[in-house]
Design a protein around this ligand. Structure first.
Ligand code: GLC
Ligand code: CA
Length: 529
């Protein structure tokens, strides 16, 4: 171990085995009372992430945006939105993170800009505009119909008519998010320049948004009606297979170009948001050529029910299908999905943490999950996000006051339940969910078997028990948890120390022979030699 308590890297990339902490900047900490989280607020709360023990922060977009998609519609790739602060504040955050041994990742949104981005404003000024070809335009089909039958990811046609020119422009998401034309080398150059702008400032890499949408069929072919079998890229709401508008083969050149830019700098990482089945993820990781994303999110656990058989299958698929140049990735929550405390139930969050934080790979946490935060059950007032994701974006709960210590002003979204769950109270309580997260992350950092050891999940365990063994240098740790509704037991062949447990009273004890687990109970055991 080095002097920060981390397992020494031996030349392996820092992100292997790491824990990344996702911050939704609007909702983390407000430093100036306007009710909106900001960069100075994050700097003021770095103690919390340091105590939690994570390796890196990933910030959802901090760039200027008219907020049609809450920051995922950008008007300037090399500036900070005024409500979040300034580029100088970002520099200060980079320095503050690095001084505390944390890395900082930004969100790169390369596939579409805001409709208000000067590039699109220029492109829209007419078919002869110099930036026209930075976006994707096409003439209507007979009868004025859209050029293809492609649908936007948020529903409705993926084409919107520009009345001035009589042409349609393409948008894979909202109409306010026109798709960039990545077949145009000038687009690649501009995006690479934006990457270098932040990499030059010391940012440690990017989470790369919605990359499957970067390239569409150049012949603009209609998607076919979905057949009876399983369709690889999914079926859109109109019943068509998303064949020609996502995951086109040329997308791999786009990713390789980004990888080359990141590789101009030491130790930087790119994490792809691909939203593809695990079977296809390796394709975005460059297989064994290792020339595409060093890491890509695997979202399967976001859609897997809280059942031992389903989770085991998802984990085994990831183990089997992840190339050796990288490691699996897991997350249970993010800003786009119902939080897992709501999906699985709050009784399950301790066991979920025990499983997640002992898996092999790179783990991403979503701010708030470390206190067991749920989605807001009943949001009143006008919706902000048109796709209905406000409930998982409510502010971080720092203390038990009505505004949760998040702001002194009027929070942009109401707090969910700061009296019930908050950092201040849980931080002082060794039996809390937060304390369990801290212990698990500390163990992950200090025990090589947990940090980067091998994983074996084909164990002979009964029914609703989920288990896997991590091992390195002759040390073996068993994670085992009961996902069923009744007691379940398994048998050990010798005494094992309880290293961590969902029930803190069991930590430091040892077990042997028949071990019974209550519903949602889990243990991390050090197995005998
Ligand atoms: C990604 C983001 C999501 C956004 C979409 C369009 O999936 O995570 O929040 O709406 O891309 O940019
Ligand atoms: Ca603020």
């Amino acid at each position: 171990m080095d002097d920060t308590g981390r397992v020494s890297s031996n030349g392996t990339p820092w992100w292997r085995g790491a824990v990344i902490y996702q911050i939704y900047p609007r909702s983390f900490a407000d430093s100036n009372g306007d009710g909106i989280g900001d960069l100075r607020g994050i700097i003021g709360r770095l103690d919390h992430v340091v105590d939690l023990g994570v390796d890196a922060l990933w910030l959802s977009p901090i760039y200027p945006s008219p907020l049609h998609d809450f920051g995922y519609d950008i008007t300037d790739y090399t500036d900070v939105a005024p409500e979040f602060g300034s580029v100088a504040d970002l520099d200060a955050l980079v320095d503050a993170c690095h001084a505390r041994g944390l890395r900082l990742l930004l969100d790169l949104v390369p596939c579409h800009t805001s409709i208000d981005h000067p590039w699109f404003v220029e492109a829209r000024s007419g078919p002869r505009s110099a930036k026209r070809d930075w976006y994707i335009w096409a003439d209507p089909r007979p009868g004025g119909r859209p050029p293809t039958n492609w649908m936007s990811a948020f529903g409705g046609p993926a084409w919107t008519l520009d009345p001035a020119s009589g042409q349609y422009y393409l948008h894979s998401f909202y109409p306010e998010q026109p798709d960039l034309n990545w077949r145009n080398p000038a687009v690649a150059e501009a995006m690479h320049a934006a990457m270098r702008f932040w990499l030059d400032r010391g940012v440690d890499g990017f989470r790369v948004d919605a990359i499957a949408h970067a390239i569409k069929d150049d012949r603009l072919r209609d998607n076919p009606v979905a057949g009876a079998g399983r369709s690889v890229f999914g079926v859109d709401p109109s019943g068509h297979e998303r064949l020609w508008n996502v995951e086109r083969p040329e997308v791999h050149d786009v990713i390789r170009g980004m990888r080359r830019v990141a590789a101009e700098y030491p130790d930087r990482v790119l994490i792809g948001e691909v939203y593809t089945p695990t079977e296809l993820l390796a394709g975005f990781l460059g297989h064994d050529r290792d020339d595409e994303f060093p890491l890509a999110f695997n979202f399967e656990l976001l859609h897997t029910p809280w059942r031992a058989d389903a989770l085991r299958l998802a984990i085994e698929r990831s183990e089997a299908l992840t190339p050796t140049t990288t490691n699996p990735t897991y997350a249970l929550s993010n800003h786009d999905q119902v939080r897992h405390a709501t999906r699985f139930g709050t009784d399950a969050v301790r066991l979920a943490a025990l499983v997640l934080l002992t898996l092999r790979g790179t783990i991403t946490l979503y701010a708030g999950e470390e206190i067991g935060q749920t989605d807001a059950p009943a949001l009143t007032g006008p919706a902000h996000d048109r796709a209905g994701r406000d409930a998982q974006r409510t502010p971080m709960q720092w203390d038990a006051t009505p505004r949760g210590g998040f702001t002194t002003g009027q929070p942009w979204l109401p707090l969910t339940d700061p009296q019930r769950r908050n950092v201040a109270e849980q931080g002082a309580d060794p039996t809390s969910v937060l304390s369990l997260y801290r212990r698990l992350i500390a163990l992950r950092r200090s025990i090589p078997a947990l940090h980067h050891g091998e994983q074996r999940s084909r164990l002979d365990l009964p029914g609703e028990l989920l288990g896997f063994i991590r091992s390195a240098d002759g040390e073996r740790l068993l994670t085992v948890g009961n996902l069923g509704a009744t007691f379940a037991s398994f048998t050990l062949g010798g005494p094992a120390a309880v290293v961590a447990a969902t029930d803190p009273r069991r930590e430091g004890t040892s077990v042997d022979g028949a071990v019974a687990l209550a519903p949602n109970e889990g243990l991390l055991l050090r197995l005998p030699d």
